[in-house]
Design a binder for this molecule. Structure first.
Ligand code: DAH
Length: 359
């Protein structure tokens, strides 16, 4: 026959299992384990038992108390997680969030709408220049170009001297460029990365370097003190102008469509010989009926290779053996004609009414 304690334990476990909420469970706990609960009452009864019975019943009592305590903890945990699931099921995660405007003082759309209550958090999107950059990188990537990088704050050597740009060149004018007190400057073009790339690796080279460039321009609809370029550099044996033209034509037609017309017009850059400017015209582009200048390019000047050799202390870029082409594409201009953006200043004004159009 079962000891009454065992019966008590079974009853308790059954009731614990049946407890449907935290209150019912707590009532069960008090009934069995509370000060005057039935298991506690057995503790009192122990004193009345004989010497032989006491250790047996004592062990049974301990086991019962432990089993009931553990069962209550387990049941409590189950009830807690059930309650949580029910609460979570009531949340509609597709609803937009809310935010307190004071945490967003200066947040544009609040200022624009004059709204002073709660505003839903809005989904962001990539800046049109970033979109442009990603599309461009993807195309060059398919052509085998990898990414190179260099600092925005440069020295005159990487920005000018190594690029065969003499001290009296107008680009070096203090009015043209932002100089730091220590003589360094904000790079006026990404061509600096050509030099940095060749300094750090021998030919062959096939890289593009997207990044910001800076000029002390009068700011207007087409000029900004900070703008963006993609520099390209390809150095190998027997590279020709035909390679250069082929690469840029492919890139521009991938970007603007196969019907895009492309012209290469003779130009002058100190670091290329010959030098060319690239113009495009395409019916697919709004305002694209006219020719638009998009890039400078040319064959790397031997003096540039020699400057790199001097810096490297070797003859890795022997102009007799290696030739190459380089180009610099104006990203802002590219994005402006692709997205039909009338004013370069829009890129930096952070006006959500503008940015939202590219979501
Ligand atoms: N660095 C020139 C500029 O900012 C653009 C350029 C022209 C880059 C010819 C080149 C190049 O790599 O070969 O106006």
């Amino acid at each position: 026959m079962n000891h009454p304690l065992e019966q008590l334990r079974d009853d308790a476990l059954r009731e614990i299992e049946a407890a449907s909420d935290e209150q019912a469970l707590e009532a069960t706990r008090i009934k069995y384990l509370g000060k005057s609960g039935s298991i506690s009452a057995w503790g009192e009864q122990m004193k009345t038992l004989g010497k032989e019975e006491r250790p047996v019943v004592g062990r049974l009592l301990n086991e019962t108390r432990n089993a009931v305590t553990v069962a209550i903890e387990k049941r409590a945990e189950i009830l807690r997680s059930q309650k949580e699931s029910v609460a979570l099921a009531g949340i509609d995660i597709s609803l937009p969030g809310v935010t307190v405007p004071s945490a967003y003082s200066g947040y544009c759309s609040i200022a624009l709408t004059g709204y002073s209550g709660y505003l839903p958090l809005e989904r962001g999107s990539r800046h049109p220049l970033t979109q442009m950059l990603q599309r461009s990188i993807q195309i060059f990537h398919r052509m085998g170009f990898s990414l190179a990088d260099g600092p925005d704050i440069e020295d005159e050597w990487h920005c000018f001297d190594a690029l065969n740009t003499p001290a009296d060149h107008p680009a070096r004018n203090e009015q043209d460029t932002f100089y730091l007190p220590d003589g360094r400057l904000l790079r006026t073009h990404t061509s600096t990365v050509q030099i940095r790339t060749m300094e750090s690796a021998p030919p062959p080279i096939r890289v593009i370097a997207p990044g910001a460039a800076y000029r002390r321009d009068e700011i207007d609809a087409t000029h900004s003190a900070q703008f963006h370029q993609i520099e390209g550099l390809y150095v190998d044996e027997n590279v020709s102008v035909a390679d250069l033209k082929g690469a840029l034509e492919f890139f521009l037609r991938e970007l603007f469509g196969s019907e895009t017309e492309i012209q290469f017009r003779p130009h002058y850059f100190p670091f290329t010989e010959p030098s060319l400017e690239v113009y495009v015209r395409s019916k697919a582009l709004k305002g694209g009926e006219r020719w638009i200048e998009l890039a400078g390019c040319g064959m790397v000047h031997p003096a540039v290779f020699e400057a790199v050799n001097t810096a490297r202390g070797d003859k890795a870029y022997d102009p007799e053996k290696w030739s190459g082409y380089a180009f610099g594409l104006g990203m802002d201009r590219l994005a402006m004609i692709l997205f039909d953006i009338p004013d370069i200043r829009l890129f930096a004004q952070n006006d959500l009414r503008f940015l939202k159009q590219f979501a």
